[in-house]
Ligand binder design. Structure first.
Ligand SMILES: NC(=O)c1ccc[n+]([C@@H]2O[C@H](COP(=O)([O-])OP(=O)(O)OC[C@H]3O[C@@H](n4cnc5c(N)ncnc54)[C@H](OP(=O)(O)O)[C@@H]3O)[C@@H](O)[C@H]2O)c1
Length: 236
């Protein structure tokens, strides 16, 4: 009998991470999800049902990451879409949108991957999360650099951690909770601007991003790659 597979998703209580958890459960797998807010995490676990487990974790806290993975079952995959950050202009000289951004998005995923290693089974895969601004910035240069750094990290880890596979998902604007929690006028103007910059003429859905993440988790010949699920944004 085939063993049930468990995937850890840090950032699985919302948006792209939650949609990925839903798709993995729908095909018969289990998920172990993490996020900072206990109520949001419990709400997600309730919606996901008995094949989901979870624990509160903040990727900015290395001790909490160690506890999170010490409590994890053996894992066949790790996906790390957790991040909460600000972006801004270079000339602002603002530590929050430069060093703080890297702390939240780059170093969070870096330390999460290291903490996960003891729980990852032979043949496992890691999917990091960047963003298409890495390849086509529209300002916010620290944000472009942070996403490019994550794509470089996936390539470096794919070498050092082989045969573990490490890839990066680089989404464009996606109609996720991240945007739905913002004011409607801000969201609508961002979506309209985005539509004009892509080939597909619309933001992605969280289901489309989840599908891309699962492809990278599953495909046993993919490693060190970045997948741009961006509706053609980086082509224009
Ligand atoms: N949506 C887009 O348009 C878009 C475009 C390009 C790239 N991305 C990237 O995709 C990723 C996810 O985006 P999303 O739209 O799915 O966002 P989201 O709906 O806001 O979900 C983020 C998830 O991460 C968790 N999280 C945030 N900071 C965390 C931390 N320090 N430690 C642990 N968990 C944390 C959140 O829960 P808590 O708040 O409770 O911790 C939540 O579960 C981000 O890295 C983002 O940069 C998104």
């Amino acid at each position: 009998m085939e063993q049930i597979k468990t995937y850890a998703i840090i950032g699985g209580s919302s948006g792209i991470g939650f949609a990925t958890a839903q798709q993995l459960i729908a095909r018969g797998d289990r998920v172990y999800i993490g996020g900072r807010d206990p109520a949001r995490l419990q709400g997600a676990l309730d919606r996901l049902g008995p094949r989901a487990m979870g624990q509160v974790v903040d990727t900015g806290d290395r001790a909490a990451l160690a506890d999170f993975f010490a409590a994890a079952p053996q894992l066949v995959g790790l996906f790390t879409p957790a991040a909460s950050y600000q972006t801004g202009a270079f000339r602002d000289g603002d530590p929050a949108s430069s060093e703080g951004l890297f702390a939240a998005k780059f170093w969070g995923q870096y330390w999460a991957t290291l903490a996960a290693l003891p729980a990852l089974r032979e043949g496992a895969a890691v999917v990091l999360m960047s963003g298409a601004a890495s390849a086509r910035p529209i300002g916010a240069p620290a944000y472009a650099a942070c996403n490019a750094a994550l794509e470089g990290l996936a390539r470096g880890l794919a070498i050092e951690l082989a045969p573990l596979r490490v890839n990066c998902l680089s989404p464009g604007t996606t109609d996720s909770d991240l945007w739905r929690n913002r004011a409607e006028d801000i969201r609508n103007s961002a979506y309209t601007a985005w539509a004009g910059m892509t080939v597909q003429g619309r933001p992605a859905t969280v289901q489309e991003q989840a599908h891309a993440a699962i492809f990278l988790l599953d495909n046993t010949h993919m490693t060190g790659s970045t997948l741009y699920c961006d509706g053609g944004y980086t082509l224009r």
